[in-house]
Design a binder for this molecule. Structure first.
Ligand SMILES: Cc1ncc(C[n+]2csc(CCOP(=O)(O)OP(=O)(O)O)c2C)c(N)n1
Ligand SMILES: [Mg+2]
Length: 803
């Protein structure tokens, strides 16, 4: 064995491995059997799942990881992670005792909710794994641009459950990684051959092996531990190896569960005399130890393998493990949620030499002097990394210049604004990185890409250009390029945005990521979007085109629920501007908002709408844009208008004191709303027109103000409450957008106005915009009809004329 580890250190690591197994198991036990269980809910078991990774995590965290490495831990190994951090003094006993409880250590490692410096949140299986791949790409991007090169390159490591590889997003990521020249990425597969429900299919490792190799990964299979390797050299050893290699997963698991006597019986039956001396020289316990000595539970083998892998090629380690290793239900197929009984725990405690009442003591039951262990822990490389620090924000202009054409769509406006930014020499322009899943051109990023180029570590010329074939787009790759072109998989877009959007935390260098896609396909990557937001990644999502307004494209491309996603998704402020000047304001706001310091909880115990809207703590931003060309308002951008746009709404036409109707619209239906107001002006008094730029922020401010009042801040008022405060009680509200009507339906509850909400509830179809707006009832006629039905008064002439 060729490792750099001394025998003394190995002995310490063995003690720490036991300690991790003990503390993780005890933490779960404590949450179920010791802490008062107030609601009768079983607190997830996962003792088996965690135990499966205890050795690998010991080898990594206490030896092989370097301070610059970052790790996504398999969700159910969270107790191991917290135990390891506790041992190095970065997790408190109080939080371990509160595991899975209010403010306790989190069930699944969480960047934002845990205090022990989790690198990547995990929980929804498969996403954390892919996050490491995209984080490696993000690291390459940052360094290729000359930032952060004074720090050493880190490895992005994922600890992967074998059943996690069922998730398709992993394969999408592998393909993308191959295209992008992935480096510095390790995936360590916890090959325990068990999922949640059962034992996995035979020979899965061989599929994994060829798949990873096909995509250019180095594959290291870690199957036998050092005890087994030594036994193979004994008489009959090769037969034993052959037997293990051919043993079905289910049988192996069952024998692991049954223990030494069962091993002896089965091996004797199958191998007879050949193996007599090998078996005969071992007690039942020793035989069980030998047969469970898979490489994933053998520190020397793991340490050697990690040390030997000293290159930057992406590497997949397939590490054989046993689910529940070291625990009474090891190998049992039902053990996923298994919990040791109090009696089993007592036995386990005794074998760990832990005295009752001393369960949390760090060095309890260890056979090495605590001072020696403490000294070892103090020099563990990964624990040398400093505290998280915040990264300075990059200043962004208050106004983004753009030439607004008389008739223009927000999507065209977006392209024009980015084109202008591409010309700018300020730092923020250099820190923008765009990305798109094969819809760069059709979401109008073309001009930006022409100026700033595509990113690749190796330069690649545009052959059309060198061959002088005319083309609108310059498709040249270089290490300085600022656009990362992705394949179509939307999951990859969101996970890349998540990785780029955590660059300040991972690489200490801030990026301003902007991703574009078609609005309906947000749904395709929704869990990855949620994951990105959950771990507080910062990015701008530009979704275009959207709604039934992309009329001839038809129902499969028309988004309906997206505005509700925008409202309901935490950590994502959603905007739907109708006009390009609104978009410019929103984008400038967004570039600053994504850089606000996310540390600390946003407080609602103040009067400030800025705080309620989390303007101080920031988040990501979603812009829902359209390809519909609209006549643009000719107006100056006042400070008041700007603030209204950012806060979610402003009066396009202020209602008079006796207003009978207010039309509130969002997005591309602005012309219909404007026209409807004109059409009813003679028959309804003082009609108002409310432009809603962000139903999400408008709603968030309102609910926060209500909570503030309920807590005693009686004067708290939100933006929308102020906007609607002067409306007479009898005034009717008609809301309209190209999206689900519930997005704006709540407006009626703000000050108790009767409300009719128009929008799209059923799948779209092909057609021209007027056909579709009429069909779904979001045209001006529908708005006027709704107003007439809602408010008393004479019949509205225009509708009468239509007959
Ligand atoms: C997206 C998603 N689907 C389902 C689950 C529920 N779930 C949690 S763990 C698990 C199986 C895990 O098996 P494996 O990855 O092999 O881990 P092991 O427990 O064997 O270590 C499932 C289905 C989840 N967390 N995320
Ligand atoms: Mg498994």
């Amino acid at each position: 064995m060729t490792t750099d580890i001394s025998a003394d250190d190995l002995a310490i690591l063995r003690e720490l491995e036991r300690k991790v197994l003990w503390l993780a198991s005890w933490t779960i036990h404590h949450a179920n059997h010791v802490r008062e269980n107030v609601d009768g809910l079983k607190v997830g078991g996962h003792q088996a799942s965690s135990a499966s990774l205890a050795t690998i995590m010991t080898a990594l965290y206490f030896h092989s990881l370097r301070p610059q490495d970052r790790v996504a831990v398999k969700p159910h190994a969270s107790p191991n992670y917290h135990a390891i951090q506790y041992l190095v003094g970065r997790q408190t006993r109080e939080r371990l005792e509160g595991f899975r409880g209010y403010k306790g250590a989190q069930s699944y490692p969480s960047r934002t909710k845990d205090v022990d410096d989790v690198d990547f949140s995990t929980g929804s299986v498969g996403l954390g794994v892919a996050q490491t791949l995209f984080s490696s790409l993000a690291q390459d991007y940052v360094r290729a641009h000359g930032w952060g090169t004074e720090a050493p390159e880190g490895r992005m490591v994922a600890l992967v459950g074998d059943a996690e590889l069922d998730e398709g997003n992993i394969f999408e990521a592998i393909l993308e990684g191959w295209k992008q020249g992935l480096r510095n990425c390790w995936w360590i597969i916890d090959y325990n051959r068990q999922s949640l429900d059962a034992v996995v299919r035979e020979g899965l490792w061989a599929r994994f092996e060829s798949l990873f190799r096909d995509f250019g990964w180095n594959v290291v299979i870690l199957k036998y531990g050092s005890l087994l390797q030594a036994a193979f050299a004994e008489p009959g050893g090769e037969r034993l190896r052959g037997w293990i290699d051919n043993c079905p997963n289910q049988l192996y698991s069952a024998l692991v569960f049954q223990g030494g006597a069962a091993w002896r019986k089965r091996l004797t039956e199958d191998l007879g005399e050949d193996i007599a001396s090998l078996i005969g020289s071992r007690s039942d316990d020793e035989l069980a130890r030998l047969m469970t000595n898979l490489a994933g539970h053998d520190l020397p083998t793991l340490i050697e393998a990690f040390q030997a892998n000293d290159h930057d090629r992406p590497t997949c380690f397939i590490a054989y493990t046993i689910k529940g290793y070291g625990l009474p239900f090891a190998g049992h197929k039902d053990n996923h949620a298994g919990l040791m009984t109090p009696a089993q725990m007592d036995t386990f405690r005794a074998t760990m030499n832990v005295r009752p009442g001393q369960e949390w003591e760090r060095f309890e039951g260890l056979s090495i002097d605590p001072d020696v262990i403490q000294a070892f822990l103090a020099r563990v490389p990964f624990a040398q990394r400093g505290e998280r620090k915040s990264v300075r924000p990059i200043s962004v202009p208050d106004a983004l210049p753009v030439t607004i054409q008389p008739v223009m769509s927000t999507q065209t406006g977006f392209g024009a604004i980015l084109n202008e930014i591409a010309r700018a020499s300020e730092e923020y322009a250099a820190r923008i990185v765009t990305t798109s899943p094969d819809v760069t051109v059709s979401t109008n990023l073309g001009a930006w890409v022409n100026r700033r180029g595509l990113f690749a570590r190796e330069a690649m010329a545009d052959t059309f250009k060198s061959e002088r074939v005319p083309s609108t787009f310059n498709w040249e790759f270089s290490p300085k390029g600022q656009h990362i072109e992705l394949g179509i998989a939307e999951m990859n877009l969101f996970i890349l945005l998540s990785a780029l959007g955590l660059s300040h935390a991972i690489n200490g260098e801030r990026l301003l990521p902007i991703g574009t896609l078609y609005d309906p396909f947000i749904a395709r990557g929704l869990d990855a979007l949620n994951y990105a937001c959950y771990q507080d990644a910062r990015f701008i999502l530009v979704a275009t085109p959207s709604g039934i307004t992309l009329a001839p494209e038809g129902g499969a491309h028309q988004s309906i629920s997206a505005p509700l996603i925008g409202m309901a998704q935490d950590g994502l402020a959603a905007f739907e501007p109708a006009f390009v000047d609104e978009l410019a304001v929103t984008l400038s706001f967004a570039l600053a908002y994504i850089q606000k310091d996310g540390e600390g909880e946003p407080s609602e115990r103040t009067f400030s709408e800025r705080t309620w809207l989390r303007d101080e703590t920031g988040g990501s931003v979603y812009l829902r844009l359209s390809t519909r060309p609209l006549e643009q308002p000719q107006r100056a951008m006042s400070e008041e208008l700007r603030q209204g746009i950012v806060d979610g709404a402003y009066w396009m036409r202020e209602p008079g004191p006796n207003a009978q109707v207010v039309v509130a619209y969002a997005g591309a239906v602005a012309p219909e709303a404007i026209q409807a107001v004109g059409l009813m002006a003679e028959d309804r008094r003082d009609v108002g027109l409310l432009a809603v730029t962000s139903a999400d922020r408008l709603n968030a401010g309102w609910t926060a103000a209500q909570r503030a009042r309920e807590r005693g801040l009686v004067h708290a008022r939100s933006h929308v409450e102020r906007l609607l405060s002067e409306l007479p009680p009898h005034c009717g509200l008609v809301t309209v957008l190209d999206g689900h009507p519930a997005t704006l339906a709540w407006l009626g509850a703000v000050a108790g106005h009767r409300t009719r909400s128009l929008g799209v509830e059923h799948f779209g179809q092909t057609g021209a915009i007027p056909d579709l707006y009429r069909h779904y009832g979001i045209d001006s006629e529908a708005i006027v009809a709704a107003a007439q039905a809602l408010t008393p008064g004479r019949p509205i002439r225009y509708l009468r004329a239509l007959g």
